[in-house]
Design a protein around this ligand. Structure first.
Ligand code: PMP
Length: 365
């Protein structure tokens, strides 16, 4: 069996140890004689699995007691609608647009708001092709907004807002952390609500994680579906209906794997080193490779880059694939390449990529 070096943006690589453990436990989980996929979500075995997953996540992220952890479905895209449906409550909201994903979140909020004008764009860097963050005097905040929405890691444009940069604006902060959650420590208490699709740093697709402060629960109008009401889901411990049980189980295995890596501090150190060597390779290539993002906000998870001569793109991808390095093609909206180097992509994997890139540049430069 040979596994590839997988740089997919998502669904993305999972830790091999986790996959092996899932394989071991596939037919007979802990002697109960069936797979986690085949057991009742209300039985004591699954109750243990979801409770342990939540406890491990709370420990990893140091989630304060005033927050609910919800295991939901519908992807981060449903959160684009579910957030305003729950939190707007007849008020307005501010959106900071720093790339394709926050732009989508903004348009979806306008779609579901009773009046689209109540969803405001507080700043956008689209005119700079989403290669930087807005500076303070470009941001027009409404102090009466119900919330301020950000995407703290733009998966397509490779722009990351580190938690240290986020100042208290006096309104609840809502963050789409889909593509960098669990990659480094984050001060959860700065946020009113954090959401993430699972398929990058958490587990298989089909599971969506929401961490929400209790103060924000119970504001949804009665007319929204109960599975979309955070308060109802919190009241039922995410078990109003059948949750994505297998996804929750694998996420639980990933949380335990992360604890064995030294928690978020441990993984953050590895991620910093991965970013250092990959951006280092791009920046030292004398223009053969380029990353357009302001070095101040370059993502440590998604690294888009172009080749100076796009005629070399197809050859780069074919040779990379032959060397076992896959899913490096950039998103169609930006072109070029993108290496997604989530938690499960090891330092060794990034080193193999960098060696390949240096060799390719030497042969084609
Ligand atoms: N937000 C971000 C930052 C993403 O990267 C993605 C998916 N790549 C989404 C939202 C949409 O997620 P989903 O496909 O789970 O709806």
């Amino acid at each position: 069996m040979s596994r590839v070096w997988n740089f997919s943006a998502g669904p993305a690589a999972l830790p091999e140890e986790v996959l092996r453990q899932a394989r071991e436990e596939m037919l007979d989980w802990h002697g109960v004689g069936c797979s986690v996929m085949e057991m009742s979500h209300r039985g004591k075995e699954f109750t243990g699995i979801i409770e342990q997953a939540e406890a491990d996540l709370r420990e990893l992220m140091a989630i304060p007691p005033g927050y609910e952890v919800l295991f939901l479905q519908g992807g981060a895209t449903l959160q684009f609608a579910q957030v305003p449906m729950n939190l707007l409550a007849g008020r307005s909201a501010d959106y900071i647009v720093t790339g394709s994903w926050s732009k989508k979140a903004f348009s979806e909020a306008r779609r579901v708001a009773a009046s689209p004008g109540t969803v405001r764009c507080a700043a956008t860097t689209e005119a700079s092709n989403f290669t930087r963050l807005p500076v303070a005097d470009e941001i027009r905040l409404d102090p009466f907004a119900a919330y301020l929405h950000l995407c703290t890691n733009e998966t397509i444009h490779g722009v990351e807002i580190s938690a240290e940069r986020i100042a208290d604006t006096g309104v609840p902060l809502v963050a789409d952390m889909s593509s960098h959650i669990l990659s480094r420590p984050v001060a959860v208490e700065k946020f009113g609500l954090i959401y993430a699709g699972a398929q990058k740093n958490i587990g298989p697709s089909g599971l969506t994680l929401v961490i929400v402060h209790r103060d924000l629960l119970g504001m949804a109008p009665l007319a929204i579906p109960s599975v979309m009401d955070y308060a109802v889901m919190a009241e039922h411990g995410s078990l109003l209906n059948t949750p994505p049980t297998y996804g929750i189980y694998v996420a639980g295995l990933v949380f335990q794997w992360l604890k064995r890596q030294g928690g978020l501090e441990g993984i953050a150190a590895v991620n910093a080193e991965k970013g250092r060597i990959l951006y280092g390779c791009i920046d030292a290539s004398a223009g053969f490779y380029a990353n357009p993002v302001d070095p101040d906000c370059r993502s440590l998870m998604n690294v888009p880059f172009t080749l100076a001569d796009p005629r070399l793109d197809a050859g780069f991808l074919a040779e990379a694939k032959a060397a076992g390095l896959v899913s490096l093609k950039g998103h169609k909206s930006v072109g070029g390449m993108r290496a997604s180097i989530y938690n499960a992509v090891s330092l060794q994997g990034v080193q193999v990529l960098v060696d390949f890139m240096n060799d390719f540049a030497k042969r084609n430069g």
